[in-house]
Design a binder for this molecule. Structure first.
Ligand SMILES: [Fe+2]
Ligand SMILES: [Fe+2]
Length: 375
């Protein structure tokens, strides 16, 4: 008797592969896997939000604007994966973000990963992250963070993902991705090992490492790249650190920010979206709009020296809820190339910070204030 061939849909294969990956990661049997996988949805439902998938209200709001010409980018950032034997919570949190983005309908044109995929730059951490991100249905564009870089100076990251500095055109918008975490050599003179160098950079608030910068070489590349772009073409720039000076002690800072801003200034519409700060953060300098991305690993507190005036602060997270203050989100690009930024805070209502809010200096279209308690 001939056996009938079995055909599997892309969807079925996707979930089978994901299932296999997760069981492999945790060494779990199928029952425990299903239990874990459903826990995220149950946690959201228990908070009493309107819909178990928190992207839904934003999808409706976007469709209602009648723009319809633009496109959407989803983002996931700052997952800080350790080896799974040391910490599997961050692994589960990244999987949750992958599920969020895969649940978007319509799917984003691409997903931007915002850097700090690994915690200490280890090959095993980066491999694990790459394996998980393969489960995204939409194409993924990668950006590098300092935690990915300073063990082997980007060798493994480049093997996996290619060069960290690049640009492309998408539906009338010029998109640039930078490596903004370049540091001056503080390690050679001190005779540091690669591990000591990585640990120092990962420490953030020590006085040994240098400040982040885009650096002369990349600024020259950017100048050349932008020379062929008409000034009326909207720009979206992704950088790991904010391309302005927010808080020096934690490297929430790019040392040559002014020089990079000067290259962007001649363009009519410019948005910079950054990782690294692990918090809701909004700024505007001249015509340049800046937005921070949420982390999937932990939320940083706000800097003690004050915030950019347009920032809508997120709630202080519940210390007993390991997913609070975390999330992922979307960059909604309007037909004009202006950007509305969506913060999909896990277990809380999503918050949209619109281009109109930034353009009007905070007068128009004020975002809904966080409406759940702070801790
Ligand atoms: Fe980070
Ligand atoms: Fe970072």
């Amino acid at each position: 008797m001939r056996r009938r061939p079995t055909f599997k849909s892309i969807e079925t294969r996707h979930y089978e592969e994901r299932d296999e990956l997760f069981r492999h990661l945790r060494g779990l049997d199928r029952r425990s896997f299903m239990k874990l996988s459903l826990a995220a949805a149950a946690a959201v439902a228990a908070k009493g939000l309107a819909h178990p998938h928190s992207f839904m209200p934003i999808d409706v709001a976007y469709a209602a604007t009648g723009e319809g010409q633009g496109f959407r980018i989803a983002y996931i950032s700052d997952s800080h994966l350790y080896d799974k034997q040391i910490n599997d919570r961050f692994v589960r949190q990244l999987l949750r973000a992958v599920d969020d983005v895969n649940g978007l309908d319509p799917q984003p044109d691409f997903v931007l990963y915002g850097g700090d995929l690994a915690q200490l730059g280890a090959s095993s951490e980066l491999d694990l992250g790459a394996q998980i991100l393969k489960n995204l249905k939409a194409p993924v564009r990668m950006m590098v963070g300092e935690h990915d870089w300073y063990l082997d100076m980007g060798e493994k990251w480049r093997d996996l993902f290619g060069e960290p500095t690049y640009s492309f055109d998408h539906k009338g918008v010029h998109v640039v991705v930078l490596n903004s975490v370049i540091e001056k050599d503080f390690w050679t003179a001190r005779g540091m090992t690669p591990e000591q160098r990585m640990n120092t950079v990962a420490g953030l608030d020590n006085g040994i490492q240098s400040r982040f910068e885009v650096g002369e070489e990349q600024r020259a590349w950017l100048k050349k790249d932008l020379a062929k772009v008409p000034k009326s073409t909207p720009l979206i720039v992704f950088s790991h650190s904010p391309l302005y000076k927010y808080y020096r002690n934690w490297n929430f800072w790019t040392d040559d920010a002014e020089q990079v801003q000067a290259l962007l200034k001649p363009f009519k519409t410019v948005t910079v979206v950054h990782g690294h700060t692990h918090q809701m953060l909004t700024n505007r300098i001249g015509n340049i709009h800046f937005h921070g991305m949420l982390s999937t690993a932990w939320p940083w507190p706000y800097a003690p020296e004050g915030l950019p005036a347009l920032t809508v602060q997120m709630n202080r997270p519940d210390p007993f809820d390991p997913n609070d203050g975390l999330g992922d989100g979307e960059v909604l690009v309007q037909s004009s190339g202006m950007v509305d930024k969506v913060y999909n805070l896990w277990n809380r209502n999503p918050i949209q910070v619109s281009a109109a809010y930034l353009s009007s200096g905070g007068k128009k279209d004020q975002p809904a204030k966080p409406n759940l308690v702070s801790f």
